[in-house]
Design a protein around this ligand. Structure first.
Ligand code: KG4
Ligand code: ZN
Length: 337
């Protein structure tokens, strides 16, 4: 069946057509209208601007997705839309558009948790992947470990106590003058620096839990940068990028090993925007090889927000008969996880 997936939780408006059935997981189209250039002017996402840009793009993107897939609305078996978590105004645009489309064309509607969507991107890249597994979702808003026991059953077993890894990358990226969002640029710059040049605190919290905290390393890096500026010393941006990335990746790997041990899972799924980080991918590959654990990561192009991942997650809710109706509302929080 064809699922139309719609995503508008933050700064990408996306619509996609994914074909899903037993043995078939194929992306027929995946159109993403990014607002990054607009928000870059402000150094971060401006919620009101994001909502307006979603309104402007959503209809065009949806029909482009259908046209690229070579189908019409009458071929669509279900519409899946991100309903939470995210920016409330941005989410409402997608939810209301999807509701109108679904009810005017009598197409079943499915509400999708954005986090489940990120994890579902792995099903598209790895056609034989199935639960149970441990999922590590690292994005701009989340850094969490989940025991995934069925396609729609997630249990959070640990994660960050404060900021998300993506947020931490973006913050330091901005401070050292990289364009927003700093994650991808920091990833590249880190190859040019020395990961041992600056001593920074580990984001891995002490104790026997897979928990992290990124506020300490952020503050320590800011203090280092301010201290150097006060002394009139030049800094190496590449050394900052390399040391910061190294410490974050090292902590995530350490806690992933613990989460695997605690959950007893033998498969790890890495998902979310930060899953595109090449240092993290390489380090987790090494960890999983050492532990004999199967690692499934979405293609880098599917790590960021996109409609295809929402369609894939929506398919499994559809299969369970979990439909939404006209009372569907968006929520900024993780309700329903
Ligand atoms: O999942 P996502 O697209 O949006 C949220 O749901 O938050 O994640 C966006 C985050 C941003 O913080 C961005 O800087 C980060 O993912 N990101 C990266 C890389 N590519 C994107 N962080 C580190 N390395 C990358 N290569
Ligand atoms: Zn996301």
């Amino acid at each position: 069946m064809y699922i139309l997936g719609m995503e508008s939780s933050c700064d990408e408006t996306s619509a996609a057509v994914v074909e899903m059935s037993d043995g078939v997981r194929a992306i027929r189209s995946n159109i993403v209208a990014s607002q990054i250039e607009t928000h870059r002017l402000y150094g971060g996402v401006v919620p009101e601007i994001a909502s307006r840009a979603h309104v402007e793009a959503i209809s065009r993107i949806t029909y482009e997705a259908l046209e690229t897939a070579g189908i019409t609305l009458s071929d669509v078996g279900a519409i899946a839309v991100t309903a939470f978590p995210g920016l409330i105004g941005a989410l409402l645009v997608g939810v209301n558009f999807a509701k109108s489309l679904a009810f005017s064309h009598r197409i079943p509607l499915v509400a999708v948790n954005h986090i489940h969507g990120h994890v579902a991107a792995a099903y598209l890249t790895h056609p034989t992947l199935e639960p149970p597994f441990l999922a590590l979702v690292v994005s701009g808003g989340h850094t969490s470990f989940y025991r995934v026991t069925d396609y729609t059953d997630f249990c959070e077993i640990g994660g960050t106590r404060d900021d998300a890894a993506g947020e931490a990358f973006d913050k330091i990226g901005r401070v050292i003058g990289l364009p927003y969002p700093g994650g991808a640029a920091l990833d590249k710059l880190a190859y040019e620096g020395d990961p041992k040049a600056i001593t920074l605190p580990s984001p891995a919290l002490g104790g026997d839990t897979p928990d992290l905290s990124f506020s300490g390393i952020k503050t320590a890096t800011l203090n280092y940068l301010n201290g150097m500026a006060q002394k009139g010393c030049e800094i190496s941006r590449a050394d900052v990028a390399a040391s910061y990335t190294h410490r974050i990746v090292q902590a995530i790997v350490k806690k992933t090993e613990l989460a695997l041990k605690k959950s007893g899972m033998r498969t790890l799924v890495l998902a979310g925007g930060v899953a595109a980080n090449s240092h993290l991918r390489t380090a987790l590959e090494a960890l999983c090889k050492r532990l004999g654990v199967t690692l499934c990561m979405p293609d880098r192009a599917l790590c960021g927000d996109n409609g295809a991942m929402i369609a894939a997650a929506g398919y499994f809710r559809y299969q369970r008969g979990e439909f939404a109706d006209t009372s569907l509302n968006a929520s900024a929080n993780d309700d329903g996880l």
